[in-house]
Write a protein that binds this ligand. Structure first.
Ligand SMILES: *Cc1c(COP(=O)(O)O)cnc(C)c1O
Length: 376
């Protein structure tokens, strides 16, 4: 088995894996399951300070992004797609797929969206039904300040869809205060359950927008409205993946019990960035680093493949490369959720020190030693 230090999926704790093997009931017919599902959703709601409702959908993280766009978009709707990263831009596909007109607001991929610049743009054009924004855009690791961006959108009467699949539980997030309308999360990042579930948090305003559509939602699986009365009706739109949800519920309890989860992410991320730069490697971003992932430029003279393969084959550590416009350009360490612990990061940076030595890349210092120094 490899030590998984990828930018998601992350490591899964034993109690989560065990919960997935518990005896199951019929989740369609047993009301105890409906209660259990609701309790888990209620916990998710309170963890992210949401006075709307939370739902768990059977389907990997991408389902949440598609469901948000499918449920809000009507043919001809103008949608503002905030694009300073690969996932950010990707929202345009979901918007157009459901008949919307995606208007890209593109800004520098190496820094967060500047709210003042966005305001100037909106002062000229704010005729959008909703806007999409990514909290942590994992390919670059950029962290957008949704607590500034979403209230700004709300000021212009624009609903907000936020992808925080790789931000939530590693970075602070407050749904109500940030005036978010639909928030998308996934099971396999900082929550550290296996891939397979999407979590959605939905504001009353977003629910009203869906209910006042003139045309029906052009999807079934990706239609958030089908979940609206599940609790009153004791009826889900499709059979819920019960074992995935029993596992997720334990991961939720783990996160609730983990009182210093955010400060630990912050400490580990900042020591990692410090160690990487002291060693002479370059971070991809100029500013706006998420504490869930560190993205490092591939140094001259080697390829991402050589680094990733040596780490994996010789030292048994798996980290991520990248794709799309960043393919081959960066490598990524995912220090989120269960991965965010000093022992695993020490092991990872030690393996990286050795890998770079093997490949003839000279570092100015040991990243492992520098990481540990910075935590003292
Ligand atoms: C991981 C992730 C998702 C989920 O998508 P997959 O690529 O299928 O894992 C969505 N958005 C962001 C920002 C993510 O990091």
């Amino acid at each position: 088995m490899y030590k998984i230090m990828t930018a998601g999926p992350t490591q899964v704790r034993e109690n989560v894996r065990m919960a997935r093997s518990l005896e199951t009931t019929n989740p369609d017919l047993d009301v105890a399951f409906v209660e259990f599902y609701k309790e888990t959703c209620d916990k998710l709601q309170s963890m992210l300070h949401c006075s709307g409702r939370a739902y768990i959908l059977g389907g990997e993280g991408i389902l949440g992004l598609e469901a948000a766009c499918a449920s809000l978009t009507e043919p001809g709707d103008r949608v503002l797609v905030l694009d300073n990263g690969i996932f950010g831009k990707g929202f345009a596909d979901f918007v157009t797929m459901y008949g919307g007109e995606a208007v890209l607001y593109t800004s520098d991929y190496q820094r967060p969206i500047d709210a003042a610049d966005l305001r100037s743009f909106l002062e000229k054009d704010s005729d959008f039904k909703y806007a999409t924004v990514v909290h942590c855009d994992t390919p670059s690791g950029v962290l957008n300040d949704v607590s500034e961006i979403c209230p700004l959108l709300a000021e212009f009467g624009i609903l907000s869809v936020v992808d925080s699949v790789a931000g939530m539980f590693g970075e602070y997030l407050n749904f109500d205060e940030s005036k978010i309308d639909i928030l998308c999360g996934g099971s396999q990042k900082a929550l550290s359950a296996p891939a397979g579930l999407t979590m959605l948090w939905v504001s009353d305003k977003a629910m009203e927008a869906m209910e006042s559509r003139k045309t029906p939602v052009a999807a079934f699986y990706a239609n958030i409205l089908t979940f609206k009365t599940y609790y009153e009706d004791k009826w889900f739109p499709y059979t819920m993946p019960i074992s995935d949800i029993t596992g997720l519920a334990v991961a939720v309890d783990n996160a609730i019990a983990d009182k210093d989860i955010l400060s630990r992410h912050e400490k580990i991320a900042s020591a990692t960035r410090g160690a990487v730069t002291k060693a002479g490697l370059s971070l991809y971003l100029e500013e706006g680093y998420s504490n869930t992932v560190t993205v490092i430029e591939v140094p001259q003279g080697v390829t991402d493949r050589q680094i990733l393969d040596t780490l994996k084959d010789k030292y048994n550590v798996m980290i991520s490369g990248c794709f799309d416009v960043l393919a081959g350009k960066v490598i990524r360490i995912g220090h989120m959720g269960e991965n965010a612990n000093v022992d695993d990061m020490t092991l990872t940076l030690d393996a990286m020190d050795k890998t770079f030595a093997d490949l003839g890349v000279k570092l100015n210092c040991s990243m492992k030693e520098e990481f540990l120094n910075r935590l003292r």
